[in-house]
Design a protein around this ligand. Structure first.
Ligand code: SF4
Length: 723
């Protein structure tokens, strides 16, 4: 536990009540609280609104509710830092169930400081279920506080407070620990508290993350998970929020008001048996978690090395699964929601910090997960696990998205290599590959709001424009190597040899994040989707299927990171049909409504297309925004090409029909690029058609009608864009 500066009583006494709202406590009925909570920090108003049946029919819950509330809250001109921008946290009807693994996720939706459009980001921890059990399907916060505030939602007594809170640290680890203790009456009650926080860096950088907590009764410490993508933490701090606390002390099997608990238990029993018997021989999620992917990615040339230039490195074994297994405390129940037998939220106990304000302290570090291990490791040339753990700790405590941070640091390291940056521009920092000291110093500068770190904290899209305009750097080259889509840094997979995954990143609604589609194995490794039509079908089904998790507040990992023994023998093993059936049982068990797997997809299609139109409304959402930097499509530099020249030469010969033998490396790069960019364009055409969109990526009126989202305001936006 990190050291505190003041006793709890002194901190509590410094709070000043700015507003209080009493509400009626009501049970959740079939997965819905049937109310949303609305707070405006500019005037300290608090009110609730009912959830209509229409809202449920069209938007289902979770991300769907959040998008609808945001749409209503803003106007076409609203910017991320305008008071009317809303920060929305939602749960979803299945969220909060404990008899099936992975059912406790929050979905955060807001206008993003990185993309300037709508983003969604999900995270574990107990916040979303407790929000619902306290009375609300979603929390919407608008306005800006004059001084830092804590929002306290008390599901035990039916009360919402806005409290000025001047004394506590902004940083997640100390703040979460303090607030958990402050709002729990005793040690036993701490499990009933969940805290949302950001951190000091969120005052200064755009890709700031939110952390969502739960209390680990075995370690007697607060733990955290992140809703890290898209800069929701920056919006949180721009509104003057220091923390949001929810208290709910009566969690039980019936808290979610299920219609048919027996059906949920039937599904839970089936998957829990698989996890207990098969995890050890499959992905070892209970021992290692997603960090088990490091050596698999390296083996298939997919691990990002030095800003995604290469996909494998001889030193990867210094940061592979054996290292993380040894670092993570084993034999602990490490679920980030109750009842999650997958239990993959591992932590490094007793870690000795060597830099920054907590130097010398011995702390618990949550993670790292794969994205952090690869991003803070190989992608910036670091093969020291302790350095990765230290960076992971400070990213979390300062409220920094590890993926965006990693890609931003990798980008400046490459700019340094090519002489675009020097010590004069970086304030003395030597941005060489693998320079652990400068990577950590950048983080501490972000927290202090000073130096080159603040510039790096604006993200790769901002930096590439800045370096071109201010330093005269080659804008086209910078565009090729800045690993972002729509302004959001892409997550940590090399996509050069998987055009389907290029589409998965490029056409993702919010920017380059794999939680929409992760098709690399189907496409590149297993060759299951050879034609453009196959790829387009996958780029329809899987984004819809994965969207479904965010409508209901679910973790995706128990869907396919554990698989039934006979899964390979099924017609469509990549869909894990038995688990899809489980979800139809869980859905029916919670809501009482019988459902087919196709109807689950239809729920997503409505929300997915609504979000596409939302992007359109904000000035985005058309084809030009669905492209990747070329580094994600093919080799940009001569050393990149030459490092895999046999592969690329063969492709030129066999796919493009060009004999490379008489060509220079630059000419080969150019010929390959022309081919690959044309292929991507073909893919986009076919995907748009499959989705019922125009060649410019706009959902047609017929598509809106078929899906039942031809609401007047939605049709108006589409008509305006079409005409
Ligand atoms: S599978 Fe892992 S990340 Fe997902 S809910 Fe369970 S413990 Fe959390």
């Amino acid at each position: 536990m990190v050291t505190r500066t003041k006793p709890i009583e002194e901190l509590r006494a410094s709070h000043k009540l700015l507003a209080e709202y009493q509400y009626e406590l009501r049970p959740v009925v079939h997965g819905y609280a049937n109310r949303t909570l609305h707070i405006n920090l500019s005037n300290n108003s608090i009110h609730e609104e009912p959830v209509s049946q229409d809202m449920k029919n069209i938007f289902t819950g979770g991300r769907g509710f959040a998008l609808r509330l945001l749409w209503n809250a803003i106007n076409d001109e609203t910017k991320w830092d305008d008071p009317e921008n809303a920060l929305i946290i939602a749960n979803g009807p299945i969220c909060g169930t404990t008899a099936y693994p992975g059912l406790g996720k929050s979905t955060v939706v807001t206008l993003s400081p990185l993309t300037h459009s709508v983003i969604d980001s999900n995270g574990g921890g107990y916040f979303a279920p407790y929000l619902k059990f306290s009375g609300f399907d979603a929390l919407s916060i608008q306005g800006k506080a004059e001084e830092d505030v804590i929002i306290f939602i008390d599901g035990d007594t039916g009360r919402v407070n806005i409290e000025a809170a001047p004394e506590e640290s902004l940083n997640t680890y100390p703040l979460t620990s303090i607030l958990t203790e402050m709002y729990a009456d005793n040690e036993r009650a701490k499990i009933g508290i969940s805290v949302v926080s950001a951190g000091q860096a969120a005052d200064h950088i755009l890709y700031a993350a939110l952390n969502l907590s739960w209390y680990d009764v075995r370690r007697k410490e607060s733990r955290i998970k992140q809703a890290a993508r898209g800069g929701a933490g920056r919006v949180f701090r721009d509104k003057g929020i220091k923390g949001i606390v929810v208290r709910y002390s009566s969690i039980g099997g019936s808290s979610n008001g299920p219609a048919n608990p027996v059906l949920i238990r039937k599904a839970g029993k089936r998957i829990n048996k698989e996890i207990a018997t098969l995890d050890e021989s499959q992905n070892q999620m209970r021992n290692i978690g997603t960090a088990h992917l490091v050596e698999i990615m390296d083996h298939f040339d997919l691990l990002p090395i030095n800003n995604f230039r290469y996909g494998a490195h001889p030193e990867h074994d210094k940061i592979d699964s054996t290292v993380w297994k040894a670092a993570f405390t084993q034999g602990m129940v490490d679920g980030c929601w109750l009842g999650c037998t997958m239990s993959c939220s591992h932590g490094v106990d007793h870690f000795h910090l060597v830099t920054g304000p907590h130097t010398g302290e011995i702390v618990l570090v949550d993670g790292p997960e794969y994205e952090s291990a690869a991003g803070l490791g190989s992608n910036i040339g670091v093969y020291d696990p302790n350095a990765i753990i230290e960076m992971n700790f400070y990213c979390d405590t300062y409220g920094v998205d590890t993926i965006s941070f990693a890609n931003s640091v990798a980008f400046v390291m490459e700019c340094w290599q090519y002489g675009i940056l020097d010590t004069e521009k970086t304030g003395g920092l030597e941005m060489t590959w693998g320079n652990i000291d400068v990577a950590l110093e950048l983080l501490h500068q972000m927290a202090r709001g000073e130096g080159f770190g603040v510039l790096v904290g604006q993200g790769t899209r901002y930096m590439k424009n800045f370096f071109a305009e201010e330093y005269g750097a080659d804008a086209a080259f910078l565009h090729d190597i800045a690993m972002e889509v729509k302004g959001m840094e892409i997550s940590e997979y090399v996509t050069k040899e998987s055009i389907a995954q290029q589409g998965g990143y490029g056409m993702a609604l919010k920017g380059g994040q794999h939680d929409e589609a992760w098709l690399i194995f189907m496409d590149q490794v297993n060759k299951q989707i050879p034609t453009f039509e196959d790829k387009a079908e996958a780029l329809h089904y899987f984004p819809m299927w994965r969207t479904w998790f965010s409508l209901h507040g679910l973790c995706k990992l128990p869907w396919n990171d554990i698989q039934p023994e006979n899964n390979a023998d099924t017609d469509e093993p990549q869909k894990v049909p038995e688990h899809v059936e489980n979800y139809t049982w869980v859905y029916e068990g919670v809501t009482g409504n019988k459902v087919t797997s196709d109807e689950l997809i239809a729920q997503s299609e409505r929300v997915y297309n609504f979000q596409r139109v939302f992007n359109l409304r904000m000035g985005f959402g058309t084809r030009e925004h669905d492209y990747m930097p070329y580094r994600a499509v093919g080799p940009v530099t001569t050393d990149e090409y030459e490092s895999r020249s046999k592969r690329y030469d063969t492709q030129l010969q066999e796919l493009v029909g060009i004999d490379p033998s008489g060509l220079s490396t630059e000419q080969r790069i150019s010929a390959l690029r022309k081919y690959r960019e044309a292929q991507y364009d073909n893919l986009v055409d076919v995907v748009y058609k499959r989705r019922g969109w125009t060649p410019n990526g706009i959902p047609t009126i017929e598509t809106l009608q078929t899906l039942g989202i031809d609401l007047p305001e939605v049709v108006e936006v589409v008509n305006k864009a079409l005409n």
